[in-house]
Design a protein around this ligand. Structure first.
Ligand code: SAH
Length: 217
């Protein structure tokens, strides 16, 4: 378990990070407030603590990454999060993105297929006061018994949009999902207009670790 220490130095570094992602186009005050308040260094391996507040992705356990803060901010802003929104996250990873959503008042359900990461996030987040519901499973399938969701966020690169996730979106709901090949994806914003109709908006290129099927062990 990480040592829970958040110093003035860390807080100062976060203020700089906020200025940086604002400059890159993040305007949602709730997103900026969340990133400004959550100690990202506690979600990362000790050896990377000095890099925790640079706007970069970094390695975490099981060969995965904690997303770049700008990417977290961009995906979250795209979802137009409101208090009490019911949000499904596919790819818990470090738990950082879940913490951002919780901080903004969302009711968060998060799925991870790597057991070590599922365990890590499930232990860390409650210590920081965040209580999403954690699931160890295959996010391609979503959570049929818990849906439908106001918002869905996929934090790994998919080669296509999984049909179960579209089905678990409420009418009027928004999904953000990076879709493409293993080394490059396009961020898609999908809105469910009616029972059968969806709109799709492409929002530029990103790089995520791949969305994989099944469980890690
Ligand atoms: N949101 C995370 C980003 C983690 S990287 C964070 O804030 O740190 C993406 C994560 O998606 C990895 O942990 C990977 O194991 C997970 N993943 C990949 N395919 C998955 C699947 N089918 N179901 C659930 N999680 C998946």
């Amino acid at each position: 378990m990480a040592q829970i220490e958040d110093t003035f130095r860390h807080q100062g570094m976060r203020r700089k990070l906020i200025a940086e992602i604002k400059q890159k186009g993040i305007t949602d005050d709730g997103v900026l407030e969340a990133i400004g308040s959550i100690p990202r260094h506690l979600f990362m391996d000790n050896s990377f603590i000095q890099f925790a507040y640079s706007d970069k992705a970094f390695p975490i356990a099981s060969g995965q990454t904690i997303s770049q803060p700008y990417t977290v901010a961009f995906q979250t802003q795209s979802l137009q999060i409101k208090k009490f929104d019911k949000v499904l996250e596919v790819g818990t990873g470090s738990g950082y993105q879940s913490a951002v959503l919780c901080r903004m008042g969302a009711i968060v359900y998060t799925i991870e297929r790597q057991k070590a990461l599922y365990d890590f996030a499930r232990n860390l987040l409650p210590v920081l006061g965040f209580r999403p519901q954690f699931f160890y499973g295959d996010g391609y399938l979503g959570l049929p018994t818990y849906g439908p969701f106001d918002k869905i966020i996929v934090t790994a690169g998919a080669s296509f949009v999984p049909e179960p996730l579209k089905q678990q979106l409420k009418i009027g709901g928004i999904m953000v999902i990076p879709v493409g090949q293993s080394d490059h994806q396009i961020m898609k914003i999908i809105t469910r207009i009616t029972e059968t109709e969806y709109t799709e908006d492409d929002k530029g290129g990103f790089v995520f670790v791949p969305l994989l099927t099944g469980l890690s062990d």
